[in-house]
Design a protein around this ligand. Structure first.
Ligand code: 13P
Length: 217
């Protein structure tokens, strides 16, 4: 995809995440790999004022180019995209139910088979660290090990994908699962699927190109 097209897609995704209630205000941020550059949303700019030229370009060493300052979370975007060569897009948002769980430092167990779309038998919650810090980046990277999504303690969620569309779809899925998990827990602790069953689910998803991957290819 051409860089301009990618920048436009990032702006559209930011606006859409607020329009559908997945995020609020200027919270959240998006990045995507473009050749050897990382494109990232600027800090604190309302999404309805954001244009393609406001997207900031960052190199592998964390140097920036552009008229705006990069997102305050450039460290975790940079660290994820330089360490996780299996993904090309990172989406961070403060979706309500995922954040509610994260405020209790709770991840999502295998209470529902769709938890497997994040790559394993749970979606971990990274311990709290101050926003914009290296500590938060380190904590997020660890929680994302072997996964394409995680919650961030007292903060929000991160979803990864091969494309912005995939990361977006996974962020919606994480938020939906968090909502279901909170609802299910109101009737008592729900039973979880065994790790053997979750392996079967992941194999089935792979074989059938099921869910997020298929719909976004
Ligand atoms: P930025 O506006 O700097 O991207 O910050 C928003 C945010 O969600 C911080 O975690």
């Amino acid at each position: 995809m051409e860089e301009l097209e990618l920048r436009q897609e990032m702006v559209a995704a930011c606006r859409r995440m607020n329009d559908i209630g997945l995020n609020q205000g200027t919270s959240g941020n998006i990045s995507a790999r473009s050749g050897d550059k990382i494109l990232i949303t600027p800090t604190s700019l309302p999404y309805d004022e954001m244009e393609a030229e406001d997207i900031v370009a960052m190199d592998a060493d964390g140097n920036f180019e552009g008229k705006r300052k990069p997102s305050s979370e450039w460290r975790f975007h940079h660290d994820i995209l330089t360490n996780r060569l299996d993904v090309d897009a990172v989406m961070h948002c403060h979706s309500t139910h995922a954040t509610a769980l994260a405020c209790h430092q709770m991840g999502i167990e295998s209470f529902h088979y769709m938890v497997a779309v994040a790559g394993g038998n749970d979606i971990r919650c990274a311990p709290y660290a101050t926003f914009g810090t290296q500590a938060l980046s380190d904590s997020a990277l660890e929680a994302l090990e072997g996964r394409k999504a995680c919650l961030l303690g007292q903060h929000g969620q991160i979803a990864l994908g091969g494309t912005i569309k995939q990361a977006f779809a996974l962020a919606i899925e994480v938020e939906t699962l968090a909502h279901m998990y909170i609802t299910a827990r109101q009737m008592g602790e729900p039973p979880v699927l065994s790790s053997e069953e979750m392996v079967r689910v992941m194999n089935q998803m792979k074989q059938m190109h099921y869910g997020v991957t298929r719909s976004q290819q």
